[in-house]
Ligand binder design. Sequence first.
Ligand SMILES: *Cc1c(COP(=O)(O)O)cnc(C)c1O
Length: 405
Amino acid sequence: MNSMIVLEEMHGARNYHPLPIVLVRGEGVYLWDDEGKNYLDMMSAYSAVSFGHAHPRLVKALTEQAQRLAVVSRAYHTDQLPLFLEKICRLTGQDRALPMNTGAEAVETALKAARKWAYKTKGVPRDRAEIITCQGNFHGRTIAIVGFSSEKQYRDGFGPFPAGFNSIPYGDVAALEAAITPSTAAFLVEPIQGEAGIIVPPKGYLAECARICQQHNVLLICDEVQTGLGRTGKLLACEHDGVKPDGLILGKALGGGLLPVSLFLARNEVMRVFTPGDHGSTFGGNPLAAAVAIEAINVLVEEKLASRSAVLGEYFLRKLKTLSSPFIRDIRGQGLFIGMEIDPAKASARTVCEQLARHGILSKETHETVVRFAPPLVIEREDLDWAFTTIKEVLAKMKPLVSAA
Ligand SMILES: *Cc1c(COP(=O)(O)O)cnc(C)c1O
């Protein structure tokens, strides 16, 4: 076996099950392994690499800022963070932003903001605030967040969990209305559920949720860590429903595929609950992260990546839907955020991913049954055509599982 894989198996915690490939280089939509084999990246590191690998403008912003000033903590102002905050607030229409690093930290920030807002502004009795979440959600891996996951493995062995969360079926407006109580602070939702397997809710779902939340004085918080920044064909997936949430969470692509950068954004009325000392992060908002994020936003806007995602996503989805394979149970998505559901009686999504990798396409299964196609948004139509042909060939060559019966 490959010596790097052996070394990782020997010294690493076993919390991942990677495909047996050792990547050494990336450029644009392509990756290379240690044997020089070339792959098309249809995974983009769970959308963290929406701009492609080593985007020249982003690498330039990173190296220039790294040579000037990288990390000073929030004990001081810098000449980068204010520009980043102004830019992202303008772009999203939110009043204020609080910078963190990973997506999970920004989600935690949103939960803290929602609770404090419930006590200080809404008048919920002390320690009674409730936050409604959706079944199938993925918001990260902290104790609080896995505590409200419906995924058994994410929770198993990690309790006890914080109280104050309850969950409802995703895509069900009536369930939201029924779950709201006078103590409800917020409804936390992904506009499209990513890790659940690219689950697209019924048309108009988010707009209805927004209406119900407003009616009951409940904050609508959209986790766009994965769906945001062009992935679904709009700057934000909320825009498909014309919704401006009360709280917005961004991450992944925000760091340009180079650094972890995340944000919680909100209206003044929500964000003002934080006062100095309430919350923070040593690395959050550092000038290196801010400089890269500023350039990432510039690239997103100037290269029109959201509309590129819309056009190419629709093109690729339409092509995939022409596939008639016994393995495919469903194909769905929005923009370049596409899930191909595999019939588990015929094959595992893992096997499909392994076969695709052998043929030069990198993806990753989610939930045993779904293969995700979410390439960098800078991908060209020719690459998608090649991917389509390859996927078609791989599926045609695969033999269905024979049941043990
Ligand atoms: C990936 C993801 C997160 C967590 O982000 P990390 O950077 O891994 O902590 C949160 N929410 C959604 C919707 C995600 O897809």
